[in-house]
Ligand binder design. Structure first.
Ligand SMILES: NC(=O)c1ccc[n+]([C@@H]2O[C@H](COP(=O)([O-])OP(=O)(O)OC[C@H]3O[C@@H](n4cnc5c(N)ncnc54)[C@H](OP(=O)(O)O)[C@@H]3O)[C@@H](O)[C@H]2O)c1
Length: 312
């Protein structure tokens, strides 16, 4: 992991919900490296070791207010994983409620206790625009999609917007697929790689919005530090590539000849049900707003990102 140079940040205190997850663990290391005071809100005891962990149970609306005392900024990452299990009715509800009810609980705690929170930064996803393959380049002022990911992100962002309505600076980061060495998409390629095969879902022509984990952590830190940042930002790399081009780049950088095999959409639909949408479809998403806000990507291209992650 590449962390930023240590700089003083006046002991600014950041509370991360879901800080035990993939993004949270990297982000915590980046923030600590910069001198921030970091704590986590988790449903479990200290899984991470590096920071103070406060327990909460958003489902039962249990949150000890002392967790938010002296907090300058909340980063809301908590939420049931969208790509982990089939989207049964129960799972759909869990995916939405784990994001929305938890944000509501945080806001109520801030308001009741009159905590002087300076900023609320919420994860969202590029799925906001829906799982759509087209040549449209989605920008932040465009409306949400009507499919499940569109609905989840819309409700998630509406919950975040309540902080803005309460006068708290609010940023929503519509995040693309986050690439790091243990992420699900690379793990799936590595599963069949020893047999000389790399699978591609469906036609492979769907776009694959992505971001390197280090850039995502730097965007979160910019959102914490830059008081001009407000509202929604697409957190995705500027290079828009299709899934098959991503796999071809992976094959090129990992050496040895490999066969790229298209997995028929029908098989994925049988295996994953409606959830297969998120791998069979993919949109072109613009990062222009973030760049205009002054952000510079360390990993703007897939070539650079994969070379870093694969250590090649
Ligand atoms: N990774 C990506 O490619 C990607 C892309 C777009 C958007 N995002 C969003 O960014 C956020 C962070 O992503 P991530 O990859 O770090 O996610 P992750 O590894 O799945 O971690 C999410 C964390 O949320 C908490 N959580 C899980 N289920 C929950 C539930 N039912 N109720 C309350 N909390 C729950 C867990 O923390 P505790 O167990 O400690 O409570 C977990 O560690 C997520 O909201 C995700 O949807 C991620």
């Amino acid at each position: 992991m590449i962390a930023n140079k240590k700089e003083p940040c006046n002991n600014y205190s950041v509370l991360i919900t879901g800080g035990s997850g993939m993004v949270g663990r990297y982000l915590t290391s980046f923030l600590l490296e910069k001198g921030y005071t970091v704590s986590h809100l988790s449903r479990f005891s200290n899984l991470f070791g590096k920071v103070r962990v406060f327990r909460w149970d958003p489902e039962k609306e249990i949150l000890d207010p002392s967790a938010l005392e002296n907090t300058d900024c909340i980063i809301h990452l908590a939420g049931a994983n969208i790509g982990e299990k089939r989207w049964t009715e129960k799972r759909r509800e869990e995916i939405i409620r784990s994001r929305v009810d938890s944000a509501n609980l945080l806001l109520n705690t801030v308001i009741i206790n009159r905590f002087p929170l300076k900023a609320f930064i919420s994860a969202s996803a590029t799925g906001y625009y829906g799982s759509i393959t087209s040549e449209t380049i989605f920008t932040e002022e465009m409306g949400p999609g009507e499919d499940f990911t569109g609905i989840v992100c819309q409700k998630w962002e509406e919950a975040a917007e309540k902080f803005a309505k309460s006068g708290i600076r609010t940023v929503k980061l519509r995040t693309a697929v986050v690439l790091e060495k243990n992420c699900a998409v690379l793990k799936k390629l590595q599963l069949t790689e020893p047999f000389g095969i790399l699978p591609v879902p469906g036609s492979g022509k769907q776009y694959f919005p992505w971001i390197h984990i280090n850039d995502l952590c730097r965007i979160y830190i910019k959102a914490v530090e830059d008081s001009q940042m407000n509202g929604a930002f697409n957190a995705c790399a500027p290079e828009q590539i299709t899934f098959i081009d991503f796999v071809k780049k992976y094959a090129e950088l990992t050496g040895k000849k490999k066969i790229i095999t298209k997995v028929p959409a029908v098989l994925l639909k049988i295996a994953f049900g409606k959830m297969s949408e998120i791998i069979l479809q993919g949109s072109r998403v613009s990062s222009s707003k973030l760049i205009s806000a002054g952000f510079t990507f360390d990993f703007p291209t897939m070539d650079k990102a994969l070379k870093n992650i694969l250590g090649s």
